[in-house]
Design a protein around this ligand. Structure first.
Ligand code: PEP
Ligand code: MN
Length: 343
């Protein structure tokens, strides 16, 4: 249920409403939008609406949320949420590009990539220290050593860091380095992990599961928000279909739909969607045309020698081309590039 409050309602009126809702078994989430102040009241199915609620001071109206996801829905918050991490800004009319290697492989590899993407106005650096690999024999990431390199090179370049956590027990350690904590496609429905990152007070980038419906994806985001962390970024990274010519199928419709169903920023990962570097630029442009607020792109200084996802990684030269193409279409989309790092 949504309780729309008078934008000027004093703290004591908000508190009084929350007290009544809590008495009826609801948990309350205060959401301050640009034009509305709402209390998102989440209860169990069939929870009774407190009878006097609508007449309480400061209350404008009370509405039921029809979608199964509540805090995530646009019904709850009509205006776009903007998620920031340092100089990175996602949502609300800008486009930000997050770029870097699939996996952190060495200090030199990460440093070379970070400087190359920064020179092209990437707004943040990505790189996995913990890699969820299909094969147990494949490179699993440098783990703590990888986090140390991310920390160091983030400080050197000023680029905020996006890196994945795969184990609930490692959330605190990863969050100490990450400016944005990534939940990978394989873990989208790992509920203990979602609850754990819900305890953080820093952004979480939630990738869509390989075979997840849009509703399942948004429900996964609801887990994080229900735990009190409202800084969630959704990432469409392609889904599994009958098509085998591409690694996954980029679900462009899901980007457009998610932008309608939720106020959260939605970005796209054209690298994992297409699975080939030649597909990255066209899929990136299609994603932005469909309304994506940003891109997550894999870049490697020497893709042929990459320990992970080399085939889909752009060289720094290809990344120059991608950024030129992105910049060229932004005016038509009425958006500007979030350049980060004060560039
Ligand atoms: C990644 O970002 O490198 C990754 C493992 O992505 P996904 O979870 O989308 O497969
Ligand atoms: Mn990858």
């Amino acid at each position: 249920m949504i309780v729309v409050m008078d934008l000027q309602a004093p703290e004591r009126e908000i508190q009084a409403v929350e007290d009544v809702l809590q008495e009826y078994g609801y948990s309350c989430h205060l959401i301050r939008g640009e034009k509305r102040l709402v209390i998102g009241a989440v209860g169990s199915a069939g929870s009774e609406i407190p009878p006097a609620l609508e007449t309480m001071p400061g209350v404008e109206k009370v509405m039921r949320v029809l979608q199964p996801y509540k805090l995530v829905s646009r019904e709850m918050k009509p205006d776009d949420s903007v998620v920031t991490a340092g100089s990175l800004r996602l949502g609300g009319g800008t486009v930000a590009v997050i770029a870097g290697p699939c996996a952190v492989e060495s200090q030199d590899q990460l440093r070379a990539t970070a400087h190359a993407v920064k020179a092209q106005q990437a707004a943040a650096l990505r790189g996995g220290a913990f890699k969820p690999r299909t094969s147990p024999y494949a490179f699993q990431g440098l783990m703590a050593e990888g986090l140390a390199y991310l920390h160091e090179i983030s400080a050197e370049t000023g680029l905020p860091v996006v890196t994945e956590v795969i184990n609930p027990a490692d959330v605190e350690m990863v969050a100490a380095t990450a400016d944005i904590v990534q939940i990978g496609a394989r873990n989208m429905q790992n509920y203990p992990l979602l609850k754990e990152v819900g305890q953080l007070r820093k952004p979480v980038l939630l990738k869509r599961g390989l075979s997840a419906t849009v509703e399942e994806w948004l429900m996964a985001a609801e887990y994080i928000m229900a735990a009190g962390n409202y800084q969630v970024i959704l990432c469409e990274r392609g889904i599994r279909t009958f098509e085998t010519a591409t690694r996954n199928t980029l679900d462009v419709s899901a980007i457009a739909l998610a932008k309608q169903l939720t106020h959260l920023p939605v970005i796209a990962d054209p690298s994992h969607a297409g699975g080939h570097w030649r597909l990255v630029k066209p899929l990136a442009l299609a994603s932005l045309a469909a309304g994506a607020d940003g891109l997550l792109v894999e870049v490697h200084p020497d893709p042929a020698r990459a320990l992970c996802d080399g085939k889909q990684s752009l060289t720094p030269e290809h990344f120059v081309e991608l950024m030129a193409a992105v910049k060229a279409i932004l005016p038509a989309l009425g958006k500007t590039l979030c350049t980060g790092s004060g560039q």
